[in-house]
Ligand binder design. Structure first.
Ligand code: AR6
Length: 170
């Protein structure tokens, strides 16, 4: 059984085996969670991302996929980078958002990570409505076949925390 917990705060301050990054396909950094992870984790993470781009991920990481690197100076062993879909009103991209959580947990299992911290993927710059993002995150983790013992959702502000808490406890 995977325990699901919610924390309001900054994901870069968590002590876990793996911290999930809401990255973009370039893997070369950006704003939001991605910016914070590279800022606090230091240049080792970007070096590892560049190495991925130079090897198996020449075209970058596809939406819904996940890949791990070192966590640099973060209090974690790995960062698992995943790329969420940009919200669209014309097209239902929910399956791709669910895939981010599932693939991140699959990578976590491969690594042997027991504790994993997730942000609310796609709900910032990528514009996904928080309540629906919370639903997909919680349902996907609940239904995942994983050996991860604890999934911790780290929500940046009160609104995001409330959206997840309403779904988890409501
Ligand atoms: N800790 C926890 N949550 C955070 C933090 C933090 N330090 N900072 C922001 N959030 P976003 P996306 C919340 O924009 O929507 C980047 O430029 C934020 O409030 O980080 O998947 C990438 O390079 C929101 O609820 O990720 C991509 O280009 C959630 O984390 C693009 O943004 C996700 O917001 C990805 O956009």
């Amino acid at each position: 059984m995977t325990a699901v917990s919610l924390v309001q705060g900054d994901i870069t301050r968590q002590s876990v085996d793996a911290i999930v990054n809401a990255a973009n396909s370039s893997l070369l950094g950006g704003g939001g969670v991605d910016g914070a992870i590279h800022r606090h984790g230091g240049p080792e993470i970007l070096d590892a991302c560049r190495a991925l781009r130079a090897s198996h991920y020449g075209k970058g990481l596809a939406v819904g996929q996940a890949v791990a690197t070192t966590a640099g100076r973060l209090d974690a062993r790995w960062v698992i980078h995943t790329v969420g879909p940009v919200w669209s009103v014309e097209e239902d991209r929910s399956a791709r958002l669910a895939s981010c959580y599932r693939e991140s947990l699959r990578v976590a299992d491969e690594l042997g990570a027991a504790t994993v911290a997730f942000p609310a993927v796609s709900t910032g710059v990528y514009g996904w409505p928080l309540d629906d993002g919370a639903r997909i995150a919680l349902e996907t983790v609940r239904d995942a076949d994983t050996a991860v013992a604890e999934v911790r959702f780290v929500l940046f502000d009160e609104t995001a925390y409330a959206a997840f808490a309403g779904r988890l406890h409501g």
